[in-house]
Design a protein around this ligand. Structure first.
Ligand SMILES: NC(=O)c1c(N)nc(OC2CCCC2)nc1O[C@@H]1CCC[C@@H]1O
Length: 325
């Protein structure tokens, strides 16, 4: 390797490491100025040596020309939805059904239900090759170019594995407020909520627009059977995703009983306003894969998971308005 090739390899390695710390671990290890200076050095070197541009170079996140439209993609594994629970009774019915099916010796994992847009990411030998929306669960839209612009989505994994993962793309509350503020000043129509803003951003044909919207992601599932990766529980799968370099939500909790889950739900019902992103509920999943296999699936959702949905704010204000008039 000549010294230019060496420097380009070194810059790719450093910028990947710094980018992962900043965007995935939310824990920067160099000041922004240092990151920007290295990125500009790489941009200049790549300009002089285009044949040395790595496909997963951080300079390759924002594509050039806008697309004419989005291709359809059939998911290798259907992207399921979640059945809902709205109160404690629903949760205890869910728990009773599980215990009737597999006995009492099991545990749950509780996760925040991110209020964004479900996405699927495909990696071949560790390289990000395709990203799609959930669509109807079977067929989605191919939005790879837009997903590449999301800094928390790794372009190369820490292991050269071929894997398909699922997660939620979302717009942090602060980015949503800033976006609507700037749209207000331009006399543009405002987005109703961060979820619509994220969906609207990922439906843009020009990746430069998606890149400007400060989207992020949390990854929460492997498409297909996790056993293929030597994992046998949901908790282990989330840890494995982190070792590969994916962002997973750290507010998850291992719960022995449904009472622990209800305590978790009560805590986050209280704490939700302090989060940097919107959640619309709490997802409760039976932890061990052996138990998930025993419980199986309905046509559209797993029997081993349920989403407790927070009461919608607007409904409460409507009720209050009636009471107050
Ligand atoms: N929105 C979420 O934070 C979330 C989550 N934390 N975990 C899952 O588990 C999947 C995998 C098994 C069936 C649903 N799904 C989520 O969102 C889904 C996307 C499509 C419907 C649900 O909103």
């Amino acid at each position: 390797m000549n010294e230019i090739e060496q420097r380009i390899a070194e810059l790719n390695k450093l910028l990947h490491e710094y980018g992962h710390a900043y965007y995935v671990l939310d824990n920067p290890i160099v000041p922004d100025a240092v990151y920007d200076q290295l990125l500009n050095e790489l941009i200049a070197l790549e300009k002089e040596n285009p044949s040395l541009i790595y496909p997963d170079s951080p300079t390759q996140r924002v594509g050039g020309t806008p697309l004419q439209g989005f291709k359809k993609v059939t998911h290798a594994f259907p992207m399921l939805s979640l059945s809902n629970a709205f109160n404690e009774l629903d949760l205890r019915d869910f728990d009773r059904r599980i215990r009737q099916a597999i006995g009492d010796d099991f545990s749950y994992v509780c996760e925040l239900k991110i209020d964004g847009l479900a996405i699927s990411l495909r990696y071949e030998d560790g390289i990000f090759v395709q990203g799609a929306t959930r669509g109807d669960g079977v067929v989605g839209e191919e939005i790879t170019a837009n997903l590449r612009t999301i800094r928390s989505i790794p372009l190369r994994l820490k292991e050269p594995v071929t894997i398909e993962v699922r997660g939620e793309a979302y717009m942090p509350k602060k980015s949503f407020e800033a976006l609507n503020q700037s749209r207000q000043e331009k006399g543009l129509e405002l987005f109703a909520n961060p979820r619509n803003a994220a969906a609207g951003s990922l439906r843009q044909l020009d990746p430069k627009i998606a890149a400007s919207r400060n989207l992020s992601t949390f990854i929460y599932a492997i498409g297909g059977d996790g056993e293929a990766y030597g994992i046998d529980s949901h908790a282990e799968m989330l840890d494995y995703l982190e070792t590969l370099g994916f962002p997973s939500n750290k507010e998850r909790k291992f719960c022995e009983t449904i009472d622990d889950c209800i305590a978790f739900i009560n805590m986050w019902t209280e704490n939700r306003p302090n989060l940097a992103y919107e959640i619309d509920g709490i997802v409760i999943k039976v932890n061990r894969y052996a138990h998930q296999d025993e419980l199986g699936y309905t046509a559209k959702s797993p029997r081993w998971a349920i989403a407790y949905k927070f009461p919608a704010e607007e409904a409460i204000t409507t009720v209050l308005d009636i009471d107050l008039t």
